[in-house]
Design a protein around this ligand. Structure first.
Ligand SMILES: Nc1ncnc2c1ncn2[C@@H]1O[C@H](COP(=O)(O)OP(=O)(O)OP(=O)(O)O)[C@@H](O)[C@H]1O
Ligand SMILES: [Mg+2]
Length: 512
């Protein structure tokens, strides 16, 4: 397009973290007004590249040029001044500040001196209108859920008229409508000459959105091609170095005499969950489908003791159990892999081992003294089974790639050999290979006699793994289908009427 220099030029860049050579001599570039996709397995180096472009990390070797000029950013703010913003997997909002303050952080003083509150409120309203995000501007950021915090980060990047915005797995926490809206915004940005680096594991979504796609594997750039020439399958082949189809493991029939592991009766929480009863039997995977906001996560949070019930009971193997807090659920043999690894699951500054064993210290200690050997071998066995990629179990969780963090979260909940597993979005943010491992794990846990309740916004995943699918709408169970039901049938039940548009694959992901 232009005769001059490219907007971004990454030249022979390397990045090491201790012994890990995360990025090994990568060169790539793109022009103004292009959307580029960055894909690869967990730990391939995608986020590291994104962070170097945005000044959150500095390359050990190699150069980064912006419009032909070599830049050396010292802080993300330097990068922002050069017109480069980033929205990352690890959020960077300031918890004690309000939403508006977070969105306009830094720009008020820089460009206008003191800006009047009404003026900021007006600009905020414009951004809210543009994005369709509905967040009360005066709320303190710490009171927001993860998904809302991501929305704040998106507005913050948009408020700055950046020339380049790196988006690292942003849609994982957005609803279907919000994702669609974001794609529209990204396309509008492109028309205005802004470039977007889009990192995602949703390959179909990437191909539909981007102009050009870069594939990384083990810190190297292994493929670069126009999106129009690629398919999800061709990308996966490049990502893993061989062709790989996601296959759902076989589902052995649940024996007729299999006991009911968990029986939920009349679970009600005013306004969100209405009189839900579900029996899950040993060896059975029950899928829970429904639109965002249909009450799935709210239901399982009640059952797990994370939120209070208004009425209803839970029985484990026929015995009523009182669950007032998650600890009660864990003792009763219930495990839950929650939606968000960051705010509900992991301590980022602790090791893999500590994260896995902390809720279960009574099992690895003798009279208060932790038995290091027992702990180590149990954690190693689990992390190996889950395919956690890390130098050792002493590695700090914050240094792991996003997908490997998800696997650690799984390990934490499996440590105590539960009887009933609630998996809420178990494969969010994990790559195709790891997905396959998690599918096999869920199937094998069921085969070993666990009951599993599975929530996933990838409808394909729910249908591929479950013996039975329940559909929730407005807090109630509205339909039940046996294995083999079609995606369309389930979506219709979830919408409650004929959807005008038959949702495509990514609709299935977000809307279920
Ligand atoms: N701060 C850090 N300290 C130590 N190692 C790190 C750090 N950040 C990343 N790494 C390592 O660098 C490698 C690349 O990580 P990166 O986060 O770039 O992967 P990714 O492609 O974004 O993966 P994912 O899809 O799981 O998010 C991984 O082996 C990771 O463990
Ligand atoms: Mg990443």
């Amino acid at each position: 397009m232009s005769t001059g220099a490219r907007l971004i030029e990454v030249e022979e860049v390397h990045k090491r973290f201790g012994g890990v050579h995360a990025v090994r001599g990568v060169s790539l570039g793109f022009d103004a007004g292009t959307i580029v996709g960055l894909v690869g397995e967990n730990g391939a180096g995608k986020s590291t590249i994104g962070k170097m472009i945005a000044g959150l990390l500095r390359p050990d070797e190699g150069r980064i040029l912006v419009a032909g000029q070599e830049v050396r950013f010292h802080t993300p703010r330097d990068a922002l001044r050069a017109g480069i913003g980033i929205i990352t997997q690890e959020l960077s909002i300031i918890p004690s500040r309000s939403v508006v303050e977070n969105v306009f952080l830094g720009i008020e003083q820089a460009s206008f001196g003191l800006v009047s509150k009404p003026a900021l409120r007006k600009r905020y309203a414009e951004l809210a209108e543009l994005t369709g995000f509905e967040i009360e501007p005066e709320t303190k950021a710490r009171d927001l859920r993860t998904a809302e915090q991501i929305r704040v980060e998106i507005m913050r990047a948009l408020a700055r008229d950046a020339r380049v915005i790196v988006m690292d797995e942003v849609t994982a926490a957005l609803t279907f409508d919000e994702s669609e809206r974001l794609f529209e915004i990204v396309r509008t940005l492109r028309e205005r000459g802004t470039s977007v680096v889009y990192v995602s594991h949703f390959l179909q979504e990437v191909l539909a959105l981007v102009d050009e796609v870069f594939v990384m594997r083990d810190g190297l750039l292994v493929k670069q091609a126009p999106a129009s020439e690629e398919t999800p399958k061709s990308l996966v082949t490049a990502m893993v170095g061989r062709s790989l189809d996601v296959v759902f493991p076989p589902r052995p029939a649940v024996p007729d005499d299999a006991p009911v592991v968990c029986s939920m009766k009349g679970i009600t929480r005013a306004g969100v969950v209405e009189d839900v009863s579900i029996d899950v039997r040993a060896g059975e995977v029950v899928g829970l489908a429904g639109l965002i906001g249909s009450g799935r996560t709210e239901l399982v949070r009640c059952v797990f003791g994370a939120d209070p019930l208004d009425s209803g009971t839970v029985e484990m193997l026929g015995e009523p159990v009182k669950i007032r807090k998650p600890g009660d659920a864990v003792r009763a043999g219930i495990a839950m892999v929650p939606e968000s690894r960051k705010d509900q699951g992991l301590m980022m500054g602790r090791s893999i081992s500590e994260n896995v064993t902390l809720p279960h210290l009574d099992q690895v200690s003798n009279g208060g003294v932790i038995n290091g050997g027992r702990e180590g071998s149990a954690v190693r066995a689990l992390t190996e089974r889950l395919g956690v990629r890390a130098p050792s179990i002493r590695t700090l969780v914050e240094t792991l790639s996003g997908g490997n963090q998800q696997k650690v979260l799984f390990a934490k909940w499996l440590f105590r050999s539960p009887r009933f597993l609630i998996a809420d979005e178990p494969t969010r943010g994990v790559d195709v290979g790891a997905k396959q491992q998690i599918y096999e794990l869920i199937a094998s846990l069921a085969e070993q006699g666990l009951g599993v309740l599975l929530i996933s916004s990838e409808l394909e995943e729910v249908l591929g793994l479950s013996h039975r699918v329940l559909v929730m709408r407005e807090g109630r169970i509205v339909a039940e289908f046996p294995q083999g039901v079609s995606q369309e049938t389930v979506m219709q039940a979830a919408f409650g009427e004929q959807p005008t548009v038959v949702p495509h694959q990514s609709a299935g992901r977000n809307a279920s």
